[in-house]
Design a binder for this molecule. Structure first.
Ligand SMILES: Cc1cc2nc3c(=O)[nH]c(=O)nc-3n(C[C@H](O)[C@H](O)[C@H](O)COP(=O)(O)O)c2cc1C
Length: 427
């Protein structure tokens, strides 16, 4: 698939050149993988003297690419496929030599050829002896690469392998990853978008100590908030009572009841324009007007419970889309809404289950006035509330057309969150 049509993601092509700091690159690869990136390593022949190919292949879970003129590695114009593949090229460590070759536009090995052929942005992490770094030739090369759009991170000051103390040390791997993620975010479809996410269960209080709730852990909503933030969005998370840490950079508003959740989301949407609202929370369907003002005795529970003024709860998604989504007055800025629906479907052949989920999802999508809905099957293995993984169908509406995308077999909720964002951005 061409660069232009593939949803933007987190594919990092890491070029390792032949400096002593290459010994730190397995750590760098691990840090990229931990940040949700796919990593393909390319090594220069000199790099192989400083770090083992086996280590890099193992931590990146892909064979390392090294040779340009090798029929086995090259396959069908493999170096160009390699150059087209990444969202970002990172060169770490970047030697004085590779900087010079890239500046001159040389293509004398696989690394230099990929640097010449790629259209992806390039982030360089130079590492070399202080005098090599300060040399006018190196500084002129940097200046030229900058004018062509290259970005640089480091080098740092410190003790160098050659014994000198000064500028030239490769910047630490976590800082390279942070700079790379910032660069990926700044270019992706979610950059600077405003996203409102609801997560977790809500509680309906029967009395001051008892409440009705559900099995939602908040994990899917938190994963979506985190993925959107990482993709560069400004994210507000309205969280029901859950024990999860707030994802870094996400603004969190804690609520307990369905009415508090509605009020928090309504207030956000009234004050700011949001691009997307993801209603991931499992909101209680029953509310009680008031509840018992005091703790009920065990002996009176059965008689008092039916008299507490139960009513069905407000449908938060439908209420919000009517005011801030599809139902917003013509000409006013409107948010797009993603709903989540867990559906019970009777067992049967896979294609019939799928058709039934699509039917239920379509009906919900229209009834709620949402722009997209993610439906999954309650009770399917590896899916839903109590599971670390999830899978389902995303139905996205464009005018009267509804596109259906399947997420595939159950995957970690963080990975599913990234899939949802990529798929929404591409629809
Ligand atoms: C022990 C040793 C350490 C080296 N460290 C560096 C270094 O940190 N930075 C650098 O630019 N070159 C360094 N070099 C020189 C490069 O390895 C040399 O310029 C090589 O041609 C670079 O090839 P490449 O750019 O294709 O990887 C070092 C050489 C040796 C022998």
């Amino acid at each position: 698939m061409s660069q232009g049509t593939r949803p933007r993601g987190r594919r990092v092509l890491l070029i390792v050149s032949g400096g002593i700091a290459a010994y730190k690159t397995p750590e760098l690869v691990r840090a990229f993988v931990a940040a949700g990136c796919e990593v393909q390593v390319v090594m220069t022949p000199a790099a192989a003297a400083f770090v083992s190919e086996l280590s890099l292949a193992t931590v990146s879970t892909r064979p390392v690419r090294k040779r340009l003129l090798d029929p086995e590695e090259e396959g069908h114009v493999g170096h160009i496929e390699l150059a087209d593949w990444p969202d970002l090229v990172v060169v770490a460590p970047a030697t004085a030599d590779l900087l010079a070759r890239a500046t001159a536009g040389m293509a004398d090995d696989l690394a230099a050829t990929v640097l010449l052929a790629t259209r992806a942005p390039v982030l360089w992490a130079p590492a070399m002896n202080t005098n090599m770094w300060r040399h006018p030739a190196t500084q002129a090369n940097l200046a030229t690469l900058r004018t062509r759009g290259a970005e640089f991170v480091g080098p740092d000051r410190g003790q160098l392998a050659c014994g000198w103390i000064g500028e030239g040390r490769m910047i630490d791997p976590p800082l390279i990853v942070a700079a790379a993620l910032a660069q990926l975010e700044a270019r992706g479809p979610w950059a600077k978008k405003r996203v409102l996410v609801s997560a977790g269960p809500t509680r309906t209080y029967i009395d001051p100590v008892r409440f009705v709730t559900n099995a939602s852990t908040g994990a899917m909503g938190f994963a979506l908030a985190e993925a959107a933030r990482r993709a560069g969005a400004e994210v507000t998370l309205v969280a029901g009572p859950v024990e999860l840490a707030t994802p870094q950079g996400v603004r969190r508003l804690d609520v307990e009841t369905a009415e508090q959740m509605y009020a928090a989301m309504e207030s956000e949407l009234s004050q700011k324009s949001y691009d997307w609202v993801a209603m991931v929370a499992a909101v209680q369907d029953l509310e009680i007007d008031g509840g018992a003002g005091r703790k009920l005795e065990k002996s009176e529970l059965l008689t008092k419970l039916p008299t507490l003024g139960w009513r069905t709860a407000r449908d938060i998604l439908a209420a919000l889309t009517a005011r801030f989504g599809r139902g917003a007055p013509a000409g006013s800025a409107r948010a797009r809404f993603l709903g989540f629906a867990a559906q019970t479907v009777e067992d049967g052949p896979e294609d019939r289950l799928q058709q039934e989920l699509i039917r239920l999802g379509e009906a919900k999508l229209r009834a709620k006035g949402a722009d997209a809905i993610f439906v999954n099957r309650v009770g399917a293995p590896g899916v839903g509330f109590a599971s670390a993984t999830n899978a389902g169908l995303l139905l996205a509406r464009d005018g009267d057309e509804i596109a259906v995308r399947a997420s595939g077999p159950p995957i970690a909720k963080a990975a599913l969150a990234t899939w949802l964002l990529d798929t929404l951005a591409a629809t």
